[in-house]
Write a protein that binds this ligand. Structure first.
Ligand code: ADP
Ligand code: MG
Length: 485
């Protein structure tokens, strides 16, 4: 679509992010939350809502939710009520979902995002606790629908932003940041493909300069950050097109189709659902004590933001380096292990962002599974700093060997592969002299000002020394001898 038309409108986006919490058992029963179990095997009488059964709140759920609240600078509700949200759906055994309507575990707060245009805070409306529903599986030929209740009663938090996001890019940055936070906090695995992190996007557009929000459309079913962005971009253009044609926007829920990148209407919000919220009489209100809050706070892990500041301040790294190194807590912690054994923090950063990270990406593993210990990598950096080996040999020959033989020290590997550099003049000098003697014409050219020839001489020296000559010393010797001879 023409930018001049798009620019006549302002998009308004609010996100609702559901995160499955990493508890071992469900929110109101002892049933397992394990993902991928055979259908309907993690379903006791409470999950199935048998008459006469009573829910009992899993305390851990509230602790994990409060951790997220702390990380988002939210206000924690000290008095919480669990409400019934009534609706009928085949995957909802009780005929209602237990959620928090008026007393969400966390109120307000924000998540900071960084994009090309800088850093900003995305404000939250609330975070509330609720239970997941089961899953309907429609058979492809349309003959039947089967229901798997394993997921029913798995604890969720829902993070709801205010309608303050204005671009698909910011929405993506927010979602990535939330995923990073829940992983740092160890409260959700953040896996969007398996549905443990899900995002609904509310999108509306209004004429530039207007202060009245447009009618919103809610888009569901995006299973990656990229798809959330695509769905929002598509939805903005679709709504602008309708308004330009003088047509209205229907308040509705739409589904995103990753195949064609379009959204399709599912149901209109015209017939407003009446959920008849009321406090669940089977669960008493929850009081959050000072002691409990203090205990949860003291168990908070370091957050990416704090580590970022620390890496910039203590290790003098650039914002770029600090950003990459804090992408996951595993990478940040690995980097810190390296720094415990070297003072060359910049080299440590380059190694972790370079060879280490590309190895991890290749293998699809996190840094805590890196076979090379922080100590061993620091030792390798030490060899380079002492001129015993150069970076390219270290990264191309020694590092891969360290991965295969994690118990071997880098110096031992370098020695065994005969890669230790000769930095003593006595061993390099004869090679330099030999090369100069062999190429008198090139020497002539060099003296006539063709300085580029130096590269060819260096290449010869390195080749004859099997890559072991210290390049700095070889260069110095060559320059001296070329002028002398
Ligand atoms: P609902 O009652 O439909 O769930 P809420 O007011 O609870 O609506 O808001 C749900 C989400 O929709 C929030 O993330 C909020 O920021 C967002 N939202 C509300 N109004 C708009 C709007 N006009 N345009 C875009 N997003 C909106
Ligand atoms: Mg909603």
């Amino acid at each position: 679509m023409d930018n001049s038309i798009l620019n006549k409108y302002k998009a308004v986006i609010g996100l609702e992010v559901h995160c499955q919490l990493l508890t071992l058992s469900k929110i109101y029963s002892a049933d397992s939350t394990a993902y991928g179990s055979p259908p309907n095997t993690n379903v006791g009488v409470i999950s199935l809502a048998h008459p006469g059964t009573l829910p009992r709140l899993n305390k851990r759920v509230v602790e994990l939710a409060i951790r997220m609240g702390f990380a988002c600078n939210s206000e924690i509700s000290r008095h919480q009520i669990f409400d019934r949200k009534n609706y009928f759906y085949p995957d909802l055994p009780k005929g209602y979902q237990i959620t928090q309507d008026r007393t969400p575990v966390c109120k307000e707060g924000f998540v900071a995002i960084t994009t090309k245009s800088g850093r900003k805070n995305i404000e939250l409306q609330k975070i509330h606790i609720e239970e997941d529903a089961g899953k309907s599986m429609h058979q492809e030929n349309g003959s039947a629908t089967q229901v798997d209740f394993n997921r029913a009663g798995v604890p969720l938090i829902e993070i709801v932003t205010k309608p303050v996001i204005s671009t698909a890019e910011d929405a993506g940055a927010f979602l990535s940041e939330v995923r990073k936070l829940v992983r740092y906090l160890d409260i959700c695995d953040g896996n969007m493909e398996e549905g443990s992190l899900r995002c609904d996007a509310n999108v509306s557009v209004m004429p530039m300069g207007s202060t009245v929000l447009g009618r919103k459309v809610e888009v569901k079913n995006m299973n990656s950050v990229r798809n959330v962005q695509k769905a929002i971009e598509y939805e903005i253009e679709r709504q602008v097109t309708l308004l330009e044609r003088g047509e209205g926007i229907l308040s509705e829920t739409r589904t995103f189709n990753a195949g064609d990148g379009k959204t399709y209407g599912m149901r209109t919000k015209e017939e407003l659902n009446d959920y008849r919220y009321f406090p669940d009489p089977d669960l008493s209100p929850l009081e959050v004590s000072d002691e409990w809050l203090a205990q949860i706070r003291s168990g908070m892990p370091a957050l990416p933001e704090q580590l970022f500041q620390k890496f910039v301040a203590e290790y003098s790294l650039s914002a770029y380096d600090a950003g990459v190194l804090t992408e996951t807590k595993e990478l940040a912690s690995y980097f810190e292990q390296v720094c415990r054994h070297t003072r060359n923090f910049k080299a440590a950063s380059n190694w972790v962002m370079g060879p280490v990270k590309s190895y991890l990406n290749d293998q699809g593993i996190l840094a805590n599974k890196c076979p090379v210990s922080g100590q061993a990598l620091a030792d390798l950096i030490g060899l380079i700093d002492k001129g015993q080996i150069n970076f390219s040999t270290a990264s191309q020959k020694v590092f891969p060997e360290m991965i295969l033989n994690p118990a071997m020290e880098p110096i031992v590997i370098a020695r065994e592969l005969n890669l230790l550099q000769e930095s003593d003049l006595d061993s390099i000098l004869p090679i330099v002299e030999e090369v100069i003697k062999e190429f008198p014409l090139k020497v002539e050219e060099f003296r006539n000002g063709k300085r580029g020839i130096m590269r060819m001489f260096m290449g010869e020296v390195m080749k004859r020394s099997k890559g072991k000559a210290d390049p700095k010393i070889a260069t110095e010797l060559l320059e001296k001898k070329l002028i002398e001879s």
